[in-house]
Design a protein around this ligand. Sequence first.
Ligand SMILES: Cc1cc2nc3c(=O)[nH]c(=O)nc-3n(C[C@H](O)[C@H](O)[C@H](O)COP(=O)(O)OP(=O)(O)OC[C@H]3O[C@@H](n4cnc5c(N)ncnc54)[C@H](O)[C@@H]3O)c2cc1C
Length: 378
Amino acid sequence: MMRRAWDVIVVGAGPGGSTAAARLAKAGVEVLLVDKERFPREKPCSDIYGPFAFRTYEELGVYDRLAEVGYLYPQVVLSSPDYTCISGPNQKGVTCPRRIGDAILRDNAIRLGAEAWEEFWVYDLVIEDGTVKGVKAKYQGEFKEFRSKIVIGADGSHSWVAKRLGLFADDYDQVYLAGRAYYAGCNPPLRDVEVHYDPGFNPGFVCLSPHPGYGDTVNMGVGIQMSQYERSKLTAEEMVEKFVAESPHGEKMRGARRVSEWMGWRVPSAGQIGKNHAAGAMLIGDAGSFVEPFILEGVASAVRSANYAVRTALKALEEEDFSEVSLSRYGEKWQEKMGPQLRALQGMAVTAADAEALNRVFNELKSNPEAVTRVFGE
Ligand SMILES: Cc1cc2nc3c(=O)[nH]c(=O)nc-3n(C[C@H](O)[C@H](O)[C@H](O)COP(=O)(O)OP(=O)(O)OC[C@H]3O[C@@H](n4cnc5c(N)ncnc54)[C@H](O)[C@@H]3O)c2cc1C
């Protein structure tokens, strides 16, 4: 008979959910990790598994595998609207197609003892006396309830869990439209990760991310503030074409040919981050708007938020207390550990709305490489 009750159900097996499930399983918790997709699955992304999460990957015994299938880029190069470049060395970040990297993280959670079910579509929560007690899902053709002491919502930027909890944020100045496609024939071949705050995207950027191990393709992506995009006369694809044709940084892509479809997605930046817990539930990663403002990296911050949600869950399980007060420790933890960096990057995002101001910041950072590493490195 199908099992129906767990200590924790984690909804969504992206980097955030798989990390939470891996850590919980490692700690001996009975955890079910569910996803509506069948793995491996695509996730539109620039494919950068940023450096801020590598210690977690190492602790969970999965970093070497990620580095083996991915690419350890030497540095990140950023340019401002006046094309001033700054760069910072990469510590242990890798580029890797999300289809491959996310499946590795999920498999690792299974290796550590998590139960993982695919094609499991969560459409609602079980809520009793104001406390989340599980999920309602369509699974194997039937609509069923699955119960747990805690639900962790790791279901990404369109999170049903967040919506059902009344915690879904959607401020178009803090949400970005991002898209990407793969290209072959970059000349000269790309080796660094490049992020260009091109004048055509303000506030926003074009990101070039190299995949030497995958046909030497380049993932070319774009991120633009949703409110700005609504006012724009160009589509995201047309903006990228303009970048390639006009920017000095686009020159190397002029002879490249697109070898995949464009895929776009909603990116909720931490500029809108708010309460991410309720009685019996916590939100991590994109579901909780943890994406780093300005650079729009959300993989590492999904992983980091998972770490703090797991610590909170372990304490709550030990005390048998799943109340809102008990789970509010999660808010305290992520704010203490992640708050300063998220606020610094939000400051950059606000600056980025003014091209001249962003040019000035880049010129200052150019003479202060340590500051570059502090903000963008490890
Ligand atoms: C074009 C683009 C480029 C980006 N580039 C980068 C980058 O290079 N580096 C970076 O760090 N970040 C990048 N980001 C952001 C990054 O992709 C996200 O922040 C990251 O994927 C968040 O991880 P997550 O685990 O929270 O959610 P996700 O990776 O989105 O995983 C959520 C999972 O939940 C599942 N799910 C959703 N709804 C349900 C449901 N109802 N029931 C069951 N399962 C469900 C989904 O199938 C999915 O597998 C980019 C985003 C975009 C759109």
